[in-house]
Each structure stands twice: as structure tokens, then as C-alpha cells.
Design a protein around this ligand. Structure first.
Ligand SMILES: [Zn+2]
Ligand SMILES: [Zn+2]
Length: 172
């Protein structure tokens, strides 16, 4: 369960801990992003009418190497921090949003808080812009297209110039 009743936060802070498949947790993510059950840790506390949720998500995703174009699995652990504010009736005015400064504030119905969407966004933000199957991946040869991690380039060596052979045989 990634949901918390606001009421239960009135008395004390809460910690949510889950380890399950995204689907079972009600998080919509493609199978590539969830090769393992997601591990979620989240601390929730309330001060005034602002609820802060802070924690991390851990999992494993399938990525495509930028250099050799091979798929590989990559573990990630990503931190998040978000604030929730109960929304009473009308949507917040612009002034209110400005007053929150740098805080990322998400509005909810004021009764049940659901962090599933935050987890989903955190996983999506964990996808690297540039992925390498390993730091020293040699990639594919631009000429013959061989995977240089597995075999050597088969591009033909430039034909030898017979004019140099004579020089090679010279003894100094
Ligand atoms: Zn690679
Ligand atoms: Zn080659």
C-alpha cells in the first residue's frame, strides 16, 4: 500500500516500506523499467497542513547501451522529496504557489495521500540520458559494424603499397 490516511499522520510520523512489483503496487511502468520488484522507503510527516514525504526507490531497469546497442540491466536507487497539501475546494491561487518557493507541492483531496505517482516519476527520472553497458564499452565499429567488445574489427586493412616493400628489405 502506498496510501496513507491524513488522519493517521495527525498523531505521529509514519514510515512506508514496500517491496513488490510495480503493478502490484498500482504503479504504471513499462516492464523494462521494473526488472525486479521495486523497493520503496518513505518517511511521512505533517507540519501545519503540509505533509512531507521523503525517501528512496530501488530497482532494476533494462537499458540500451549507447555505444554497442546491446540491452543490459542496471540497478538504480533514487531519492525523492515531495510535499503534499490538502486541497480544499478551489484550486490554489497563483500567489499561494509562489509562496511555496522551491518546495514541490502536490495537492490531494485532503483525506487519502497516495505516493504511487511520486514513485512512478522517480523511476522515470532515474532513466539515464546516456547509458553505457560498462564504462569501457568499445562499441560498434563504424565500418564493419562488429561489436568490438566481442571481436576485432574486420574492416580491411588498407592495401599495402608495394613501393614500400623495397625499403623494408633495406638493411642499414
Ligand atoms: Zn555497450
Ligand atoms: Zn570494422
Amino acid at each position: 500500500m502506498l496510501k496513507v490516511e491524513l488522519r493517521s499522520l495527525e498523531q505521529e510520523d509514519l514510515v512506508l516500506e514496500e517491496k513488490d512489483w510495480a503493478q502490484a503496487l498500482g504503479i504504471e511502468l513499462t516492464p523494462e523499467l521494473c526488472r525486479d520488484p521495486l523497493e520503496i522507503y518513505c518517511e511521512l510527516s505533517k507540519s501545519g497542513d503540509l505533509v512531507s514525504a521523503k525517501g528512496w526507490v530501488r530497482g532494476k531497469m533494462l537499458l540500451l547501451c549507447d555505444r554497442c546497442l546491446k540491452e543490459f540491466e542496471s540497478r538504480f536507487k533514487s531519492f525523492f522529496e515531495v510535499h503534499y497539501r490538502p486541497q480544499c475546494g478551489s484550486s490554489p491561487s497563483e500567489e499561494e504557489s509562489l509562496a511555496e518557493g522551491d518546495l514541490e507541492v502536490v495537492y490531494f483531496d485532503g483525506e487519502m495521500l497516495d505516493i504511487a505517482d511520486q514513485i512512478r516519476q522517480t523511476v522515470l527520472l532515474s532513466v539515464p540520458m546516456r547509458a553505457l553497458c560498462r564504462d569501457d564499452c568499445k562499441g560498434l565499429c563504424g565500418g564493419c559494424g562488429r561489436d568490438l567488445n566481442m571481436e576485432s574489427c574486420r574492416c580491411q586493412e588498407p592495401p599495402a603499397d608495394p613501393r614500400w616493400d623495397a625499403l623494408k628489405n633495406l638493411k642499414f
